[in-house]
Design a protein around this ligand. Structure first.
Ligand code: ZN
Length: 168
């Protein structure tokens, strides 16, 4: 039985790197196929940007102003589809936590990209240099979620789907 071809650029690059001994980045560039179609929505790993989460972040900022007038500007980021404040000041009191937790809770059911209701979905961020780099968990509506057809059987993708989509 023929061995299944690796389906992501990263997998192909690792295989190519093992075969040729060249640098990973060189192999990855060589294995990235420019012909794949780009999705309308570009998901960026760790980015909390997007029209869906923006109002949640703005409201959290206003509420923080009230409970903690000199608060530092929160470094919001996305992690496994959740909105979080990177480097949250743990020493703050419960009223600050209430604001942060409320924002995280709202974001967990709001598409990050548009203001539609959303849920955890596994998507593929697109990189103009590397192509479809890796599957990534985002909070997404059905419209903003996009999985390239050729990557629907990808093992890493399926594992994330099982963990984050099917146990929701
Ligand atoms: Zn959406």
């Amino acid at each position: 039985m023929p061995k299944k071809n690796p389906s992501t650029a990263a997998q192909r690059a690792r295989q190519r790197q093992a075969a040729t001994g060249e640098k990973y980045t060189t192999a990855l560039r060589a294995e990235t196929r420019p012909a794949v179609q780009r999705p309308a929505v570009r998901h960026r790993p760790f980015s909390a940007g997007g029209a869906g989460w923006a109002p949640i972040i703005r409201r959290a900022a206003r509420e923080l102003d009230e409970v903690w007038p000199d608060h530092p500007t929160p470094a919001w980021e996305e992690k496994f589809g959740d909105l979080c404040w990177k480097g949250t000041p743990w020493s703050q009191g419960p009223e600050v936590w209430a604001v942060v937790n409320q924002a995280t809770r709202e974001a967990s059911s709001t598409c990050q990209t548009c203001p539609s209701p959303g849920r955890k979905r596994v998507v593929w961020p697109w990189d103009s240099e590397y192509g479809w780099v890796m599957p990534w968990v985002k909070t997404c509506c059905d419209t903003c979620a996009y999985v390239p057809p050729q990557l629907r059987d990808d093992q890493a993708y399926l594992e994330l789907v099982e963990r984050y989509e099917e146990r929701g």
